[in-house]
Design a protein around this ligand. Structure first.
Ligand SMILES: Cc1ncc(COP(=O)(O)O)c(C=O)c1O
Length: 345
């Protein structure tokens, strides 16, 4: 279906709001969210807390701000947080942990986002050594963007939850795409969130709202988060206009993510049959498809694809990312496969 003749596979963040979202935004009852009396924001926060099985939620402008606020509250200056080495927080949030939180991020290796418990354990530092900041938190990403939308297993999350409680660590989940994980597993998102102390998720990605993310956790965390959101400049006034689309995202757009996952698998299977492309379709669990080019430079590949009206994203020196979302249908996947096949032959 594309949009104005462009088939945009760069990210699920490019999704346009649905008609229903635009209507809800137009009709939204609003107040002043800095004064905490915007009824639509409060309704979205209640809904988010309920869906994720947490006490409270806070609406924030972006996923990056949601993660930053969570870690500012839970980690704090002069402490250490364990992070997966390819995580969005560590790599793509402009150094928020060191610059805003004032903490030491310790990147750890993983198997597609799953950091073994023994690796987490080996890297915990107590507060007994003058040279090393104490480890007070860990963060995992679900689904994992760099690892091609990989889903963290619920049993693993349960173990990490237990481990973090035993060790007295705060467990944060960057769940920007937690609903993709939940849909892929066929379980409620709340089940995945139950093991973490805080979860950030975005309504502005596959769920197609134009703007916004939510930070969920217990009441105390959200109370403290409110202050941090204010000093970061993330408190907005008639934000109900945006929250209205978020409500539609959470109530109407979750189940359809399964369509994106099916199309991602179809794209991966088609690509795996092409000469010059390396991809294991079995690794495509949700809506993100990442493949390696063996014969063509990434910029050349992207430029050729663009001439066909198809956009993708370079992911490092030899890899390309294509993401499925509600503005791309089966025909668009077939069109992309035909174009890539022509280019590779
Ligand atoms: C896994 C993950 N976390 C966090 C973010 C940050 O979200 P935002 O772009 O809204 O700041 C992204 C954005 O792509 C992401 O993929």
């Amino acid at each position: 279906m594309g949009y104005r003749g462009i088939f945009d596979f760069r990210s699920d963040t490019v999704t346009r709001p649905t008609e229903e979202m635009r209507r809800a935004m137009y009709q939204a009852e609003v107040g002043d969210d800095v004064l905490r009396d915007d009824p639509t924001v409060l309704r979205l926060e209640e809904l988010a807390a309920e869906k994720l099985g947490k006490e409270a939620a806070l609406f924030v402008p972006s996923g990056t701000m949601g993660n930053t606020i969570a870690l500012k509250v839970a980690v704090g200056e002069g402490n250490e947080i364990l992070l997966e080495e390819k995580s969005h927080i560590y790599n793509f949030e402009s150094g928020n942990v060191s610059r805003i939180v004032g903490a030491l991020p310790r990147p750890l290796p993983s198997k597609r986002g799953t950091v073994p418990l023994e690796v987490l354990r080996e890297n915990i530092h107590g507060g007994d050594r003058l040279h090393i900041p104490p480890t007070v938190a860990l963060s995992l990403e679900n689904t994992h963007n760099y690892w091609g939308g990989a889903v963290l297993k619920p049993t693993y999350l349960e173990e990490v939850g237990k481990f973090s409680r035993e060790m007295g660590l705060h467990f944060h989940m960057d769940g920007a795409r937690i609903f993709n994980a939940a849909v892929a597993l066929g379980i409620p998102a709340g089940e995945l969130a139950s093991h973490a102390h805080s979860v950030m998720f975005c309504v502005s990605k596959g769920l197609s709202a134009p703007v916004g993310s939510l930070l969920v956790g217990n009441r105390e965390l959200v109370e403290r988060a409110l202050r941090v959101r204010k000093f970061l400049g993330g408190a907005m006034r008639q934000a109900g206009i945006l929250a209205a689309a978020g409500i539609v995202a959470l109530t109407k757009m979750v189940d359809r993510l399964a369509e994106d996952h099916a199309r991602a698998r179809k794209l991966a299977l088609g690509l795996s049959a092409m000469d010059g492309i390396e991809i294991d379709p079995a690794e495509v669990e949700t809506n993100i498809v990442i493949f390696r080019l063996r014969k063509m430079e990434v910029p050349v590949f992207l430029e050729n694809l663009k001439k066909e009206g198809i956009l993708a994203l370079g992911f490092g020196k030899s890899r390309v990312r294509m993401v499925l979302h509600k503005d791309l249908d089966d025909r668009d996947v077939e069109k992309a496969l035909r174009a890539i096949s022509r280019m590779m032959s």
